[in-house]
Write a protein that binds this ligand. Structure first.
Ligand code: GAF
Length: 424
């Protein structure tokens, strides 16, 4: 393998392995590396756990493991980012958030959680030592934790000498099954009852493509996403808030409560409509139905459900526009999505709003909105190539003035899903 072709975090982890794990342990396999990408989401925020649609793309930023199989059941890890070790045994893995190892650093709990989920589906794992590296901004709304989980699954497959495999054909686990399993690992490790968006986006990544995922049926299809004139610019507010986890779970509960109430109302008034009996999630309520019943909901639930139902429609509108090559109009929908997240779903914050406001004044920015769970992290901006520098300048000048913070700006490309390599 020509190591110059490897992604920088993969290269870094491979280079560091012999320096970090230099004790004279008899390994059971060759040096190898496994990785998986982070993601951006074009549109479809907080729709995944409502059974709706999302439109993400995996990006050219990865989480990576490089290491070797051990002869026992121990997993020993070194994080290049946190500069710390973590170690656990594959015997006696946690099944719940409460049971997870409190003495393990947060990042290693995701790796442990993936092992627990793999063992639950009867996969046989082997211990390994590995260096963990990555260039997905941590906690920045580009799914660094999902990238770590999917890279972990890929690493377990690699270091178990392919006792199981992940892939579309003749594999033990399909990419979407792997995503579901890593979603549960995330829930165990973090206590956040996340949907499947992040893990699926990482698993399903393809260069120059976005993926439309139906989070209920888990059917998906790819959309060409390469316009040499338009860049995907991600701007990080540098804000990370603890509140995000509890607020996320609260939003999820509010959506469930809104669904129950709407179902009861619709059942009462339209008992003859057989479809109403199968209302399980906000996905099942059409915008027209919602308009008929929304005034009977408490104001807060009206806002939450209204946002989700409209956002689901926005995903499908963006798909239609992208397929017709009308990217400028697709950009317009991102602004509207941001307003919904800010005013109705109330998961934005002053810093995210400042970035979107600044972007709105820059000619050539086609659309922008906050991305991910909210309360911090990044915005996604669709920007005409010749406007990227103006956007950068506007952010550098205005964001510190408005917020007292610095933002970082990154251009991302749609990239492949997980991968691995064995060194000779
Ligand atoms: C976070 C979650 F992990 C996702 O499942 C998704 O709900 C997203 O927030 C909001 O769209 O990234």
């Amino acid at each position: 393998m020509d190591s110059t072709k490897l992604l920088p975090p993969v290269k870094e982890a491979l280079e560091q392995f012999p320096q970090v794990f230099h004790d004279e342990i008899a390994y059971a396999g060759p040096l190898g590396a496994a990785w998986a990408p982070g993601r951006v989401n074009l549109i479809g925020e907080h729709t995944d756990y409502n059974g709706g649609f999302v439109l993400p793309l995996a990006v050219d930023r990865v989480s990576a493991f490089a290491g070797r199989t051990r002869q026992d059941q121990t997993v020993r890890l070194w994080s290049t980012h946190f500069k710390e070790y973590a170690q656990f045994s594959l015997a006696g893995l946690p099944e719940t958030f409460e049971e997870q190892r409190a003495d393990l650093p947060g990042w290693a709990r995701y790796v442990l959680g993936v092992a627990a989920e793999l063992v639950r589906v009867d996969v046989v794992l082997k211990g390994f030592d590995a260096v963990v590296s990555g260039d997905v901004p941590l906690g920045g709304g580009m799914s660094s934790s999902a990238a770590l989980e999917i890279a972990s699954a890929e690493a377990y497959a690699l270091f178990s000498d392919h006792a199981f495999s992940i892939g579309e054909k003749d594999a033990t686990l399909t990419p979407i099954e792997t995503a579901g399993l890593c979603q549960r690992a995330e829930q165990i490790a973090s206590g956040v009852m996340c949907g499947i968006l992040d893990q699926a986006a990482s698993c399903l990544g393809q260069p120059r493509k976005a993926v439309l995922l139906d989070c209920r049926s888990l059917d998906y299809r790819y959309l060409p996403f390469e316009d040499s004139n338009v860049s995907v610019v991600v701007i990080d507010t540098s804000v990370r808030r603890e509140l995000a986890s509890s607020a996320y779970n609260e939003r999820r509960q509010q959506c469930e409560e809104a669904t129950r109430r709407l179902r009861d109302l619709i059942l009462r008034d339209e008992p003859e409509n057989a479809q109403t009996r199968s209302i399980k999630e906000l996905r099942d309520i059409s915008p027209e139905q919602f308009d008929r019943y929304k005034n009977q909901l408490p104001a807060l639930l009206q806002k939450r459900a209204g946002y989700v139902i409209a956002e689901n429609e926005r995903v499908l509108q963006v798909v239609t526009l992208l397929e017709a090559g009308r990217i400028e109009e697709a950009g317009q929908i991102l602004w509207i999505g941001h307003a919904g997240l800010r005013d109705e779903y109330e998961v934005s914050c002053a810093e995210l709003d400042a970035l979107v406001d600044i972007a709105r004044e820059v000619p050539g920015v086609l659309g922008a909105r906050m991305m991910g769970g909210g309360f911090g992290g990044c915005t996604i901006n669709l920007v005409r190539g010749d406007a990227v520098d103006s956007l950068r300048q506007a952010v550098e000048q205005q964001y510190p003035e408005r917020t007292g913070r610095q933002a970082s700006i990154d251009i991302c490309r749609a990239a492949a899903g997980p991968g691995h390599v064995v060194m000779n």
